[in-house]
Design a binder for this molecule. Structure first.
Ligand code: SF4
Ligand code: SF4
Length: 217
């Protein structure tokens, strides 16, 4: 399962972002952030307690089912009064949810979380980043393992030379991506793929924000 992986910002940063705002409405989300324990009911309640202790008036809390869904607009209509009474909304969702809510409501929105990456659940409660969406996918030549994401240096033309017994020189607890690629390609009888030179990457990429339109037939 793919999830948006988030981490709560330090409390000092949240307090700084809320400076001068005495009345706050807190919003969480029932999907990714509930699963990662960063913006579900318990975390929203803990935030309510923490802000109350700091002297803020919490005008209300809610955990919407899917913050990044446009249907959130309808749910927000039902909780208008608490939102109206607030100076700002503290949003405990990923940045996509924060932006969706910001579009739907004429209020200042403050993110309480940092959005780290899109992660795949690899074990119960454990998420690994599998793709940084670089826009130039080369995993057809690396046995389906992404070196851009899985190698600490993002190397695309083989290992760095620091590989030690299959572990990464930067983090000895982590498997070296290029050793894994070598092993995978060897098992597939495609070791020649490693000789394919990957051209230097244009890290400037396309101008932001990225856009994609389904081609018309
Ligand atoms: S090379 Fe890696 S980061 Fe780039 S698109 Fe493919 S899987 Fe994603
Ligand atoms: S040891 Fe392997 S994973 Fe680590 S930086 Fe070097 S090539 Fe990348």
């Amino acid at each position: 399962m793919i999830r948006s992986i988030t981490q709560q910002k330090p409390m000092e940063e949240i307090e700084r972002l809320l400076e001068g705002m005495g009345r706050v409405f807190i919003m969480g989300c029932g999907t990714c952030v509930t699963l990662t324990h960063t913006g579900g009911i318990p975390e929203v309640e803990a935030m309510r307690g923490a802000l109350s202790e700091k002297g803020k008036v919490v005008t209300g809390t809610t955990v919407v089912p899917v913050a990044c869904d446009n249907l959130t607009r309808e749910i927000l209509k039902d909780i208008q009064s608490g939102i109206k009474q607030s100076d700002a909304l503290l949003i405990m969702t990923c940045a996509f949810g924060v932006q969706t809510i910001a579009h739907q409501i004429g209020k200042l929105v403050i993110p309480a979380l940092n959005t780290m990456f899109i992660g795949k659940e690899t074990a119960f409660g454990e998420f690994n980043e599998v793709c940084t969406q670089c826009g130039t996918c080369i995993i057809g030549e690396t046995g389906g393992i992404c070196p851009v994401t899985a190698c600490h240096k993002g190397l695309v033309n083989g290992p760095c030379g620091g590989t030690n017994n299959g572990k990464c020189e930067i983090d000895s607890n982590k498997d070296c991506a290029w050793t894994a690629i070598y092993n995978r390609l060897k098992a597939l009888g495609r070791i020649d793929s490693m000789r394919k030179y990957q051209k230097p990457r244009n890290h400037l990429g396309e101008p932001n924000p990225g856009k994609f339109r389904i081609p018309t037939v």
